[in-house]
Design a protein around this ligand. Structure first.
Ligand code: NAP
Length: 351
């Protein structure tokens, strides 16, 4: 009973009182000619929530956790193994053992929370050929969270991607995902999450740049470094002028917190710091650090050279985050992709 009252208090505060206070703060700021946040907004951000996080042990999740705990929130994390559970416990997370397929467990954890951040994705099966299977599991988990949170006005934030969203121009938060793109099924799931806003869920989708970089990254850029080592050349496809957006992991983690705390229902947000880095420039930095020649690979030979990465590496996918910055006051502060590569940590371990 006490817990219910507590939760109802949160719901009223976050969804009724907070938007009003933000409006007042915004008006005050404009009247005073201020461009920085007022202290009242900082106070609001410190209001603690009990947050259920899936994928808390992953690359992005392990940055989101300290970001949330540092802001005073309590984190309950889904862990599918003893190792992930131990890592979460060491990070100060209350562990909920289970997998994405334990829908009852997801439902009860969401019901008992003040908000959910969903980061888990079955990359293991997705990258071994069953992308549809991974996307189906993701959809079932999301439907379960949607049912559990319906009518509560509580926040529900998911991770999605923006690679291939548009071609030949800068994608914005207003662009809907292309069902025919490489990540089509995930785009459909994201649209489902946004539509939960009509069912009393403060849902939002964080579309991450394809490169979420930082020390310890094992994603696309790290794979590119590994391919360069193996081939003895640092390659790009065609003239390499196609653009990849990027974001530092810590900036992305901060955006997830802001989305949880204050994104209006139905928001699409872009975790993008570098709007578009030419792939050739990425190859050049890699070549310089590994002391390898930088070479153009023809589109015909790209599959053989880059394996599964070829389809992604050929995309021209610039994206902006102007609307996200305006909406939430998010400001990336960490190194951009090329400067981060220049730190050298991508080249210290054999990948
Ligand atoms: N990293 C990027 O550059 C990037 C770019 C665009 C979008 N995204 C999206 O952002 C989200 C987070 O990505 P990430 O890079 O942090 O991924 P990651 O490092 O691969 O972490 C995935 C997380 O999901 C958990 N997980 C996987 N399968 C599970 C299952 N069956 N049941 C329960 N948990 C499971 C993993 O648990 P274990 O620790 O036990 O393995 C891990 O915590 C994903 O949706 C991803 O597709 C990432």
């Amino acid at each position: 009973m006490l817990a219910q009252c507590y939760r109802l208090g949160y719901t009223i505060y976050y969804n009724k009182v907070m938007p009003l206070q933000q409006l007042v703060a915004t008006i005050d700021r404009k009247r005073c000619g201020h461009t920085t946040e007022t202290p009242i907004l900082h106070l609001l951000e410190e209001f603690p929530m009990r947050v259920f996080v899936t994928g808390a042990s992953g690359w992005i999740g392990s940055a989101v956790v300290p970001e949330l705990i540092g802001a005073g929130h309590q984190v309950i994390g889904l862990a599918r193994s003893d190792a992930s559970g131990a890592a979460l416990a060491a990070a100060g997370v209350q562990v909920q053992r289970g997998t994405l397929d334990d829908l009852d467990s997801l439902r009860s954890a969401a019901t008992a929370s003040d908000g959910v951040i969903h980061l888990a994705f079955k990359h293991d099966i997705a990258f071994s050929g069953d992308f549809q299977g991974a996307a189906d599991a993701d959809r079932r988990a999301i439907e379960t969270f949607g049912e559990a949170l319906a009518g509560s006005d509580r926040p529900f934030v998911i991770a999605s991607g923006l690679l291939g969203l548009t071609s030949g121009r800068v994608a914005t938060e207003r662009d809907a995902p292309d069902p025919g793109s490489l990540a089509g099924p995930r785009g459909a799931t994201a649209q489902r999450v946004l539509s939960l806003s009509k069912h009393g869920v403060r849902s939002s989708v964080v579309r991450l740049a394809p490169t979420v970089h930082g020390e310890g990254d094992n994603g696309f850029v790290a794979t590119l470094v590994g391919i360069a080592r193996n081939k003895g050349t640092s390659g790009y496809i065609g003239d390499g002028s196609n653009l990849w957006p990027a974001v530092h992991r810590l900036d992305a983690a901060h955006l997830f917190r802001l989305a949880l705390e204050k994104a209006p229902a139905g928001s699409t947000l872009h975790a993008v710091a570098d709007e578009g880095v030419p792939v050739r420039n990425i190859a050049e930095v890699i070549g310089r650090h590994l002391n390898l020649p930088v070479v153009a690979i023809s589109p015909e030979d790209a599959g053989e050279h880059f394996s599964f990465l070829a389809g992604f590496l050929a995309l021209d996918s610039p994206a902006s985050s102007t609307l996200t910055r305006e909406l939430l006051g998010w400001q990336p502060v960490h190194l951009g992709l090329l400067a981060d590569l220049d730190q050298g940590h991508y080249f210290t371990n054999k990948r």
